[in-house]
Design a protein around this ligand. Structure first.
Ligand SMILES: Nc1ncnc2c1ncn2[C@@H]1O[C@H](COP(=O)(O)OP(=O)(O)OP(=O)(O)O)[C@@H](O)[C@H]1O
Ligand SMILES: [Mg+2]
Length: 274
């Protein structure tokens, strides 16, 4: 058996009938088991569409998607496939407001033949894992944004999926909570050997992954392993002195930059011992 967890072949997705949108225009990608990768690209470039195809939330117009060696087009019961193989984290975490944290995390286990007691135990274990052992009985409305996102991450792992698809998991978090969420995903990737595909607009997030796919107009415009390109960018950024200038002139900088941007600059300068 190959070690590919995702393979797409000439994947095309066209929306609409009148004014057609070619959201995916021949995507060929291969992801190996255990990878931790980011998908970037401008708004409308097809990132969410790609994730939806891989997670079998929608069907391609043409081309193939293979997940775990299985061609999605020939799977009869896609609900079952999703329930067993894929975990989803959405930007708007989609927690059920009337269920507490523990119950929300256990939701994906319903229908998988896992008894109530075991569902509860598994949910508690996952909440411990994401650092929310002391928030089991809290409703989503009683949690902070970052905590809700961590509940959503715990939920995405409940079915022990081989693959987690995360669409802007840090999109509505400040940079500090966003960083913590990515650290957590990274740790889970290492500990559980789960493959993560993370759609993000945030370069700081992408820097923490191993590989970045850059989408443009429904195609993969660039596919690079992180390390060198980012390191080069960082070096150039440091050499430019711009970051230092911004921080030294903090009062002026504060007047024009929001605190999250200032923090990001500081982090970039600190990264890997500047
Ligand atoms: N259900 C739909 N019906 C028609 N067109 C759609 C639909 N979903 C997406 N599109 C179009 O397909 C293209 C790709 O959309 P997609 O949501 O994949 O972009 P994205 O890269 O995720 O963007 P963003 O960063 O803004 O989330 C866009 O031009 C969008 O308008
Ligand atoms: Mg999107």
């Amino acid at each position: 058996m190959s070690d590919l967890i995702i393979e797409t072949r000439d994947l095309v997705k066209i929306y609409g009938d009148g004014a057609e949108v070619r959201a995916l225009d021949g995507v060929n990608m291969r992801v190996e088991r255990g990878e931790f990768l980011a998908v970037m690209g401008p708004s409308g470039s097809g990132k969410s569409t790609l994730l939806n195809m891989i997670g079998a939330l929608d069907r391609p117009t043409s081309g193939q998607v293979l997940v775990n060696g299985q061609d999605l087009a020939v799977i009869r019961d896609l609900d079952r496939f999703r329930a067993r193989t894929v975990g989803f984290v959405f930007q708007l975490h989609n927690l059920i407001p009337t269920l507490n944290a523990q119950e929300n995390v256990a939701v994906p286990l319903i229908g998988l033949g896992v008894g109530a007691r075991e569902r509860r135990a598994r949910a508690e274990e996952l909440l411990e894992l994401v650092g929310l052992g002391n928030r089991m009985d809290h409703l989503p409305s009683q949690l902070s944004g970052g905590q809700r996102q961590r509940v959503a991450i715990a939920r995405s792992l409940a079915n022990e999926p081989a693959l987690v698809l995360a669409d802007e998991p840090t999109g509505n978090l400040d940079s500090e909570s966003g960083g913590a969420v990515v650290d957590l995903l990274r740790r889970l990737n290492a500990e559980l050997d789960t493959t993560f595909v993370i759609v993000t607009h945030d370069l700081t997030v992408a820097r923490q992954t191993d590989r970045v796919l850059d989408m443009r107009d429904g195609q993969i415009a660039d596919d690079h392993h992180v390390g060198h390109p980012f390191e080069e960018d960082l070096k150039a950024f440091r050499a430019s002195g711009l970051g230092q200038a911004i921080l030294q002139d903090e009062e002026d900088a504060r007047a024009v930059l929001d605190p999250a941007t200032l923090q990001a600059v500081q982090r970039l300068l600190d990264a890997n011992g500047a």
